[in-house]
Design a protein around this ligand. Structure first.
Ligand code: IPM
Ligand code: MN
Length: 356
């Protein structure tokens, strides 16, 4: 297969973790006879520095023309500490999500047998956890009207959803539930928020189209608690943008490290694959960051964007092997000597080449 992949390394540790995903993907391509044409493009602080725009037109054109986008991370402390900055790297991410129509963010949470003890949660609570969040990504309070009034003494952000926005996200949720264990949880705050009542009423109306799916409705505060108490009770969860942002960070604790969790953003046009962790500026350039979330995002890309299941399975296998062998970066190295980011990438690529 001929694959054109836009490569958006971004900021902080983005470039180093992306390099490892490229090594692994190239090894996969050689083994399975695919040709990958990588199209690097600027985004985030790097793009602001070069072009004054965190998601420049050229980058958008490259993403649109590609079969998939592989993304590293965005964010730079020089903007975080400057509240008066008019352009911020994160705006690039939001603009990219909106312009590419990436309305559904798929964030799986699962455990790794060899890492169960790394989680701060008890083994018996988390063993076998396999759930997936579908976070709405192009609406809600992230994109609503905002501003200041009363001479700057009052600030507001507004959350707006249309029925159509809820329907298209919920449709993906029902379809995903059908392909898994047919359980769907709609997470909202319908006891308080009008947008949540629209979510609930819309999902309720769709239930009859999917009679086999068992749907539950839970308030976001309760889910925040139950998620870490009984993660096994959940399968597919759908929720709005901000609730999803918060709950998916929380869910990453179940797996034991944020450095492990991949994600996909899907929608109208090209799909995008990225680790859920951020740019981790403290580690940038040190060759110490965990590349596995990005490598596993590449696995999701092979499977979901290209339908290449065997390729994805081999990536996941070598990742599991590296964890079991203790060939890991410092965030996971307990009682073993930590390996460099690049060394982990080399190891994974080598194991792919050796695989029969
Ligand atoms: C995420 C991030 C982003 C978000 C930030 C960087 C804008 O936290 O992808 O979860 O809030 O969506
Ligand atoms: Mn987040």
């Amino acid at each position: 297969m001929k694959l054109t992949i836009a490569l958006l390394a971004g900021d902080g540790i983005g470039p180093e973790v992306i390099d490892q995903a490229v090594k692994v993907s190239n090894a996969i391509a050689t083994k399975f006879n695919h040709q990958i044409d990588w199209k690097p493009a600027l985004t985030g602080a790097a793009a602001i520095d070069a072009l004054g725009d965190p998601y420049p037109e050229e980058t958008h054109a490259i993403c649109l023309a590609a079969d998939a986008v592989l993304f590293g991370a965005i964010g730079d402390p020089k903007y975080d500490n400057n509240p008066s900055a008019t352009v911020r790297p994160e705006q690039g991410l939001l603009k990219m999500r909106q312009q590419l129509g990436l309305f559904a963010n798929v964030r799986p949470t699962f455990t790794f047998p060899s890492l169960i003890e790394k989680s701060p949660l008890k083994r018996e609570r988390i063993e076998g956890t396999d759930l997936v969040f579908l976070r709405e990504l192009t609406g809600g309070i992230y994109f609503g009207e905002r501003g200041r009034k009363d001479q700057g003494e009052t600030a507001f952000d507004t959350c707006t959803y249309t029925r159509a926005e809820v329907q298209r996200l919920a449709k993906k949720g029902f379809e995903m539930a059908m392909s898994r264990s047919k359980k769907l949880c709609c997470v909202d705050k319908a006891n308080v928020l009008e947008t949540s009542r629209l979510w609930r009423e819309t999902v309720q109306a769709m239930e009859k189209e999917y009679p086999e799916v068992q749907v539950s409705y839970e308030f976001v505060d309760a889910v925040a608690m139950r998620l870490v108490q009984w993660p096994n009770e959940y399968d597919v969860l759908i929720t709005e943008n901000l609730f999803g942002d918060i709950l998916t960070d929380e869910a990453s604790v179940i797996s034991g490290s944020m450095g492990l969790m991949p994600s996909a953003s899907i929608g109208a046009k090209t799909s995008l694959f990225e680790p859920i962790h951020g740019s981790y500026p403290q580690a940038a350039g040190k060759d110490i960051a965990n590349p596995l979330a990005t490598v596993l995002s590449a696995a999701m890309m092979f499977e979901d964007a290209f339908g290449l299941k065997e390729e994805a399975a081999l990536i996941r296998k070598v990742v599991n092997d590296s964890l079991a062998a203790g060939f890991v970066t410092e965030d996971l190295a307990e009682g073993v000597s930590p390996k460099k980011t690049s060394a982990v990438g080399d190891w994974l690529a080598e194991k792919i080449r050796e695989a029969s």
